[in-house]
Write a protein that binds this ligand. Structure first.
Ligand SMILES: *[C@@H]1O[C@H](CO)[C@@H](O)[C@H](O)[C@H]1NC(C)=O
Ligand SMILES: *[C@@H]1O[C@H](CO)[C@@H](O)[C@H](O)[C@H]1NC(C)=O
Ligand SMILES: *[C@@H]1O[C@H](CO)[C@@H](O)[C@H](O)[C@H]1NC(C)=O
Ligand SMILES: *[C@@H]1O[C@H](CO)[C@@H](O)[C@H](O)[C@H]1NC(C)=O
Ligand SMILES: *[C@@H]1O[C@H](CO)[C@@H](O)[C@H](O)[C@H]1NC(C)=O
Length: 407
């Protein structure tokens, strides 16, 4: 009887404590400096204070804000993992630097957020990957699949999350990698790295559904945004790209078991001085696959080389069997209202697979001016019969430079 009473009293007080904490703290606030002793002195490691703050936030039953206040921090590495009990907002206001020496890193990330729902990463903070010494490393230059250098920010298996206002600077490898996410939005996001930074894609997406990249500025040495296999429902809107290598789907078909790409919507973007504009690329002699529903609309090209590209013979290191066609079927693709200037004579390249000619390609209102002495602009088309409409300059896939159309 007495024991039972005690247990009841215990259970009731536990419930009261929980109710009290929900009542008194609509949301919890943690400051890594005042609560966990982080030092914005540019040399103390932020890792332990950040992990302690994360642990507290993650088990909190009420939404929690973690603040990294203004100041300079060094951060060796951090993996911030869920699942968590409630929403978390991490506000980075500080300037955070990674170790300069790449051999410090045993994993492919500097900072990763993993298995979390309802995460917000915000603030005017900067993640400085201090990558300059790593760029041009020969091993990473020859192959895109370079695991030795860390990615500045990884977002793995997040749901319903927002990344906003922060900056990724001078990453050693990709700036951002998005994997296995559902419903993640990047807004007012900045990527900043010089043109010479090799292999530093701005935002790479793979195996994720509903990804938005909005109102962002990406300046880097590789693709501004690249979409790998399994990218579904990706919206890229009002993004400024350049320097950088443009906005790319692919390269697809390299690995066995790649997932399809379905639903890519690139709108109201501006590309400046990039060596490619909007591009879909697949390897020759590739694994089978599909990519469909890809739409590029209202895009301004400023001095872009090869502004519009479908390349199913993508072979950057000349180690492919170009005789065997790509086995990736591309379909329902549109390029609409794309205007500006081209830095290359070849303005439109639609080189599709002879094994799987492109289906349902549409071009409308293309006005891309090439001003070279060998002008005007031309197109290179193969295994595609695009539907043309609106004002077209140049008129693609009809000129004498056009290859035989088989589709
Ligand atoms: C980087 O770290 C590795 C391993 O700790 C060391 O051998 C190398 O000398 C360091 N490089 C520089 C430039 O400090
Ligand atoms: C994200 O959503 C998927 C599908 O609903 C679910 O299986 C997964 O557990 C969720 N992840 C988290 C961290 O809540
Ligand atoms: C996506 O996530 C946001 C929160 O970040 C939420 O407000 C919105 O309802 C979610 N949308 C879908 C389709 O799940
Ligand atoms: C998107 O581009 C179209 C065509 O240039 C323009 O009419 C529209 O105002 C733009 N929208 C935004 C939100 O920038
Ligand atoms: C245009 O692009 C070409 C090739 O990338 C470059 O050499 C040239 O400097 C650019 N022109 C301007 C005005 O930026």
């Amino acid at each position: 009887m007495g024991v039972e009473l005690n247990m009841n009293v215990g259970a009731v007080s536990l419930i009261l404590v929980i109710l009290w904490s929900i009542y008194t703290a609509e949301s919890t606030f943690i400051d890594v400096v005042s609560n966990y002793g982080a030092k914005p002195d540019g040399s103390s490691d932020l890792r332990a204070p950040l992990l302690y703050a994360w642990r507290e936030a993650c088990k909190s039953l009420t939404p929690t804000t973690i603040l990294i206040p203004k100041g300079n921090y060094r951060l060796s590495q951090a993996s911030l993992e869920g699942p968590c009990m409630s929403a978390i907002d991490v506000q980075f206001q500080g300037y955070i630097q990674a170790p300069m020496n790449a051999s410090f890193f045993k994993d492919s990330y500097w900072v990763v957020f993993k298995y979390v729902s309802d995460l917000t990463v915000s603030g005017s903070g900067v993640f400085d990957g201090q990558g300059a010494a790593s760029w041009g490393n020969s091993e990473c230059f020859r192959t895109k699949f370079c695991a030795v250098h860390p990615i500045n920010l990884r977002f793995d298996y997040l749901n319903n999350s927002v990344i906003q206002d922060i900056t990724s600077k001078d990453s050693k490898q990709f700036h951002v990698n998005v994997l296995g996410c559902r419903n993640i939005t990047f807004q007012r996001f900045t990527v900043s790295a010089p043109e010479i930074s090799t292999n530093t894609d701005g935002i790479h997406i793979g195996r994720s559904d509903l990804v938005r990249i909005l109102d962002s500025r990406i300046e880097t040495g590789d693709d501004c945004v690249s979409l790998g296999d399994g990218s579904k429902n990706v919206y890229i809107e009002r993004v400024m790209c350049g320097p950088g290598h443009g906005i790319s789907v692919g390269s697809l078909g390299f690995f066995q078991g790649e997932e399809d790409v379905v639903g890519v919507f690139v709108r109201n973007c501006t590309l400046t001085n990039t060596p490619n504009g909007v591009r879909i690329k697949t390897w020759p002699a590739s694994q089978p696959g599909k990519a469909l529903e890809m739409h590029f609309e209202d895009i301004i090209m400023n001095n872009v080389s090869f502004p519009i590209i479908i390349d199913q013979e993508y072979c950057p290191w000349n180690q492919c069997n170009l005789k065997a066609p790509s086995n990736v079927q591309l379909s329902t693709i549109s390029f609409k209202n794309i205007r500006g200037t081209s830095a290359s004579r070849e303005v439109v390249r639609l080189v599709c697979s002879k094994g799987f000619p492109c289906q349902g390609v549409e071009l409308a209102d293309i006005n891309l001016i090439y001003q070279g002495l060998d002008g005007p602009g031309i197109s290179d088309c193969a295994n595609v019969a695009p539907i043309l409409s609106g004002t077209l300059n140049p008129i693609p896939c009809t000129a004498s430079f056009t290859r035989i159309v088989q589709a």
